[in-house]
Design a protein around this ligand. Structure first.
Ligand code: RB5
Length: 144
């Protein structure tokens, strides 16, 4: 199960992605907001704590630029959040970084590109390469 959340700046994109995921038959749970003005760190925390706890396989966060969500998300232990504006980065975030959260900018991305980024992110697996696993363990150590 995928979790998805946004602030008001990412709300329209979140709705587009929810519709897209439904069309692909991918179950997703919307953790808010409902379009009202909210503070993005609260939604980043809500989604990321749930992903880190194993309640969801992966998460998608949308705000205006994706920047605020990604900064907040990467403060949560166990979260590797990737802000992606292209499909190559989305694929590499999975292959090399095993990113468990994708961040997107609703005021930056066109809807068709955003959908392709989401598809690439969801359809790509971690490489399991020794060097990549070692680096991810090093990132984990940075959490203290
Ligand atoms: C909200 O206006 C905006 O600051 C937010 O959506 C996001 O872009 C922050 O990084």
């Amino acid at each position: 199960m995928i979790a998805i959340a946004s602030d008001h700046g990412g709300y329209a994109l979140k709705q587009t992605i929810l519709e897209h995921l439904a069309g692909r038959g991918i179950p997703a749970e919307d953790l808010g907001c409902g379009g009202e003005r909210v503070d993005y760190p609260a939604y980043a925390e809500k989604l990321c704590r749930a992903v880190a706890a194993g309640q969801y396989e992966r998460g998608i966060l949308c705000c205006g630029t994706g920047i605020g969500m990604s900064i907040a998300a990467n403060k949560i232990p166990g979260i590797r959040a990737a802000l992606c504006g292209d499909c190559y980065s989305a694929g590499m975030s999975r292959q090399h970084n095993d990113a468990n959260v994708l961040c997107l900018g609703g005021r930056v991305l066109g809807t068709e590109l955003a959908k392709k980024i989401v598809d690439t992110y969801l359809d790509t697996g971690f490489s399991n390469g020794e060097s990549h696993s070692r680096r991810i363990a090093m990132i984990k150590d940075l959490e203290g």
